[in-house]
Design a protein around this ligand. Structure first.
Ligand code: HEM
Length: 432
């Protein structure tokens, strides 16, 4: 095949028909999820150049990324914010799919593959929190250890980081990309679901539509630029914090759990123990799995399938409540005391102990499992947020880099608005 034919083939591919309603925001939420995924992969790949996945260096290499690597702190902040926003995007994508009945045959398999991607992303997020080995990370690793112990597997703490890092940076990413390729192939094969009007029924629509894929991609690029600028702005005004070096003590949880992302919270952990780490996400998975199995009538209009809609709203409300719990929890640390607490009373750790010079000493001690800090699990007497904010106080490098970042964010916003206005600009031009 000649070069001309190849270019022609590619152009034809971009020219295939797409329904005009697929160019609206609700039908772009899957594409915007993909934008978050791309941001996560780019920022993650950059950090992986400097992160060292050994128990001795995980924390210090994370500090190095924040303090010395050009745009390192910013890349880490983008990674953290994109990890949060991708969950919101998936929730919205899923809401649209439930409302428009898009999980019905012939899109059942597409839906199941999406579900697997969702849980792979949740698992990736959970493993990601363990990597810096700050207190949040060590506590999450302890919970994984306790969950593994339920199945008779005893994994020493010193051997947990390597597999978590490999899974987070390669195995799960490859799995996710494979699932994504299947997701995209199936969308291409069956086409987007029919508009959910009163009498519409689920059916394949590939090859139908008055718009085309290039228009769809162009609009997605416009929304994608604006979403990227939004995530970039969040990362600029609220850089990702780093907790203190982790203290390993399985008998007590120092930090608020990060498990809200797995739809498990403090109370569930207290009552049901580490098994809730399995059945929390498991229950959500089963509920989501039920849609295409229970709702077999071919109608896509929401009124004609009210029970499924109610189940959908319940599941989404549950997911959103947990996202809210995660986002709104006031303190990261439950309590960190300078001396062993007596009768629940705790002398707050001295703020000066937490300066950067002491970080490496604390890290050495905590990794030797022989630390000199003492803590209570629900420190009523101490609110370390008042003492040292719960996080190490390192100078923010992002501030020095902000002129370049602001210029890039402004360029992205202008590009996004210009791309989304192309149609209007064309019409204006034609009228003249
Ligand atoms: C990494 C996560 C995901 C990505 C990147 C992604 C991407 C996409 C894209 C680009 C589309 C085309 C239409 C649109 O944007 O709405 C789409 C459609 C679809 N997705 Fe996803 N998706 C993801 C997660 C999910 C999840 C969690 C589910 C369900 C459990 C799901 C189920 C579907 C279904 C059923 C369609 C067809 C919608 C229709 O025909 O109206 N996807 N996805």
């Amino acid at each position: 095949m000649g070069v001309k034919e190849s270019i022609g083939g590619i152009a034809e591919n971009f020219n295939h028909p797409v329904q005009a309603y697929a160019n609206t925001l609700p039908y772009m939420l899957g594409g915007l999820t993909l934008v978050c995924l791309i941001l996560l992969m780019l920022s993650g790949m950059y950090m992986a150049l400097f992160y060292v996945p050994t128990i001795q260096q995980a924390y210090s290499s994370t500090l190095n990324i924040i303090q010395n690597v050009p745009f390192g702190e910013y890349a880490r902040s983008i990674h953290l914010w994109a990890a949060n926003i991708i969950i919101v995007m998936i929730a919205l994508h899923l809401a649209r799919i439930i409302i428009t009945g898009s999980y019905k045959k012939p899109r059942r398999l597409l839906y199941f593959v999406g579900l697997l991607m969702f849980f792979t992303i949740l698992f990736l997020t959970y493993l990601g929190t363990t990597l810096p080995l700050d207190q949040v990370g060590v506590d999450a690793a302890i919970r994984s250890q306790q969950t593994a112990a339920l199945f008779g597997a005893s994994i020493p703490f010193s051997q947990m980081l390597g597999p978590s890092a490999v899974a987070h940076t390669s195995i799960l990413i490859v799995a996710l990309l494979l699932l994504l390729a299947i997701h995209m192939y199936l969308i291409e094969k069956v086409g987007i679901s029919p508009k959910a009007t009163k009498h519409a029924k689920a059916r394949a629509t590939a090859g139908e539509g008055k718009s085309n894929f290039l228009v769809h991609l162009t609009r997605l690029a416009g929304f994608g630029c604006i979403l990227t600028a939004f995530i970039g702005t969040l990362a600029l005004v609220s850089p990702a914090p780093l907790g203190h070096p982790g203290v390993y003590d399985p008998s007590v949880m120092i930090t608020k759990p990060v498990e809200a992302i797995l739809y498990v919270n403090d109370k569930m952990l207290d009552v049901f123990g580490p098994t809730s780490l399995l059945w929390g996400p498991g229950l959500l998975f089963v509920l989501l799995l039920l849609f295409p199995i229970l709702d077999r009538n071919p109608h896509v209009y929401w009124r004609k399938r009210l029970p499924a809609m109610l189940l959908g709203l319940f599941v989404l409300a549950w997911a959103l409540i947990f996202i809210y719990i995660d986002a709104s929890a006031p303190t990261q640390y439950n309590g960190l005391c300078a001396t062993p607490p007596t009768n629940g009373a705790c002398v707050p750790a001295n703020a000066e102990n937490q300066t950067l010079e002491n970080v490496s000493i604390l890290e050495g001690e905590s990794l030797g499992l022989n630390n000199t800090l003492y803590y209570v699990s629900n420190g009523t007497a101490a609110t370390p947020m008042d003492v040292y904010g719960g996080y190490v106080n390192v100078p923010s490098k992002t501030q020095d880099e902000s002129p370049y970042i602001i210029a890039a964010l402004a360029a992205l916003t202008v590009a996004g608005i210009a791309i989304l206005s192309i149609d209007r600009l064309k019409k204006l031009y034609r009228r003249r």
